[in-house]
Design a protein around this ligand. Sequence first.
Ligand SMILES: NCc1[nH]cc(CCC(=O)O)c1CC(=O)O
Length: 305
Amino acid sequence: MPRLRLGTRGSPLALTQAAMVRAALIERHGWGVDDIAVTVVKTTGDRVQDRALAEIGGKALWTKELDRALLDGDIDCAVHSMKDVETIRPVSIALAAMLPRADVRDRIIGAESVAALREGAVVGTSSPRRAAQLQHRRPDLKTVLFRGNVDTRLAKLRAGEADATLLASAGLERLERHDVGTVIPLEEMLPAPSQGAVGIEVRADDAATRSLLAAIDDAPTSACVRAERALLAALGADCQSPVAALAVPDGERLWLRAELYSEDGAERIGGEARGAMGDPDFPARLAADLLDRAVPAIRRLFAGP
Ligand SMILES: NCc1[nH]cc(CCC(=O)O)c1CC(=O)O
């Protein structure tokens, strides 16, 4: 009998992340390989590949089936890319731990840099954030919908469906695709909130599993990602809202940067704040400040607090 049943999506990236969590638990608790069972749960998001996420129900597509398996007791914990986890979660589910964050930056594949893209180039992406950020800097660029897992997107690029695409460096690295693409500096492109972070959720009332997982929690990653998520919650952002945010440790404090865009990328509003780790209020203050200063084309994309 395994001590812990760990649920994951079935994509190559999800399986790699689940294996990382499994390895961390085995190492931390001195367990054997049979102590953790990995269960693959099929999600709607993995099945429907041809439409924008926002159109078919947003981020819940990645979590709904894993939530069900967790609450039904079929699994004890669920591994997620934090970027794909909705801001507002059921009260019966708790975020128990995060692995140390990977590279948070995006990479461009198909060109040496955003600046090097030819006039009028077509970029494949299904992320409203990436599309708005690209068009803010390069209004001449066009975007086409690119979905599917990392390999599917790279195959679409090879097939000539776009001149370039953007992918998270974290995912490429975990899949050992170190050779793919060029990192875009943070100053040029702030990532999605939670990018590069892997989190593990448990049933909120399962204290035993919570404490097993708390033992592998990376505190700085948790503090940063929780601050980014608090910002999203205070913005009333959904998966269609083009928002970039990044918190990094700054001594004993956190430094949080954020940008909101209009859908077409023409408008941008940016800001930053510093606050104590675990202070739930400073991200909300930054959110209020951004919404305050936002033009209507941005403001209308956010529900607010
Ligand atoms: N939305 C899909 C998704 N969710 C997490 C990652 C990458 C890994 C991460 O950010 O931790 C990706 C792919 C991508 O954006 O390139």
